[in-house]
Every structure is written in C-alpha cells, then in structure tokens.
Design a protein around this ligand. Structure first.
Ligand code: HEM
Length: 153
C-alpha cells in the first residue's frame, strides 16, 4: 500500500494536535495550569503545521478528488463538508480559547474551553476518516491545483 507523503504528514499532525487537546484537558482537570497551557500551545503548533502543509498543497499540488465508487461520492462529499466545517469552527474557537486563556479571561475561557476541545477532537477523528476514505480504502482520484487551474495547465 502506498500513500502520498504530504497528506499523511498533515493527517498525523492533526491527530497529534487532537491528542494534545485531550491531554491538555486532563491537565486542567488535575489543576495543572502551567502544564495545561504548554500542552494547548503545543497542540496549536501542530494545528498550524497541519494548516501550512494543507494550504501549500492546495496551492501548489492540489486537492484530490474521491476515487471510490460513484454511489458513495455524495456521502463522501457531505462528510468532507462536515469535517471542513468542524475544522473551521475549531480553528476560530481555538484562537479565542488560547487568547482568552493567555489574557486570564477565565469566564469566557471556562465556557469555551470544553466546547473547543470537543470540536477539535471531532475534527481529528473526521480528518482521519477523510484520509482513510481518500487514500487508504480507495485509491485517490484526480488532483488539481490552484496554480494549474489559474495557469490553465
Ligand atoms: C494556551 C493558553 C491557555 C491558557 C493560559 C489556559 C488557561 C486555563 C486556565 C487557567 C484554566 C482554569 C480555569 C479555572 O480556573 O477553572 C483553563 C481551563 C480550561 N481550558 Fe485552558 N488555557 C489555554 C488554552 C486552552 C485551549 C486552546 C483549550 C481548548 C482547546 C483549553 C481548554 C480548557 C478547558 C477544557 C478547561 C477546563 C474548563 C472547565 O472544566 O471548567 N484551554 N485554561
């Protein structure tokens, strides 16, 4: 079985980021504030690495279309949309959670933190499923990039 290297690295990053959120949640449950802060910042670093790889791949190499059976395509597309929605909401909530945590706005942070964590864990799980559907269970379809689309190649 061969899988493309960049999507594999970025999926691993998203999984590590989600695992770190779960660990960071556990830390604050035990009252370890400093360790909570460090774990959550580390989680954000992996999320940023994921995003840099994902965004540059989209621009320079491209997104891969679903290569599985035609009758599953609609379910894959809905699922992908669900994952992208979770990821976008998670990124915005993540930024607000980090800044409210760092600024000691704990009223907001305490309410938002658990919700952000759940959205981010959901992003990780659905991200792995999208990866499996796109590259492991079925062979990836065509890849088109923004650059190619713009240059007409
Ligand atoms: C990196 C900067 C961060 C700092 C300095 C920070 C700090 C804190 C502090 C001091 C608390 C304890 C509040 C209390 O007294 O009850 C807390 C709670 C919490 N934080 Fe953070 N946090 C940060 C980032 C994050 C992020 C990014 C998330 C989510 C992805 C998050 C999720 C949570 C959760 C789930 C709780 C527990 C809320 C509860 O059960 O009441 N934190 N944080």
């Amino acid at each position: 079985m061969s899988v493309p290297i960049l999507p594999t690295i970025s999926t691993v990053c998203i999984v590590i980021s989600a695992i770190l959120v779960a660990i960071g949640w556990g830390k604050i449950k035990k009252g370890q504030i400093e360790s909570h802060k460090k774990t959550m910042i580390a989680s954000a670093v992996f999320a940023v690495i994921f995003f840099i790889i994902y965004a540059s791949r989209t621009v320079f190499i491209g997104n891969t279309s679903f290569g599985g059976p035609e009758n599953l395509k609609v379910f894959y597309t809905i699922f992908l949309f669900f994952h992208i929605t979770l990821a976008t909401v998670g990124a915005v909530l993540g930024i607000i959670s980090i800044s409210s945590g760092l600024k000691d706005r704990l009223n907001i942070h305490r309410k938002l933190g658990p919700f952000t964590s759940i959205v981010w864990l959901g992003t990780g799980i659905t991200g792995v499923l999208v990866y499996l559907l796109l590259y492991v269970f079925y062979k990836g379809g065509e890849t088109t990039s923004l650059i190619k689309a713009i240059l007409g190649g």
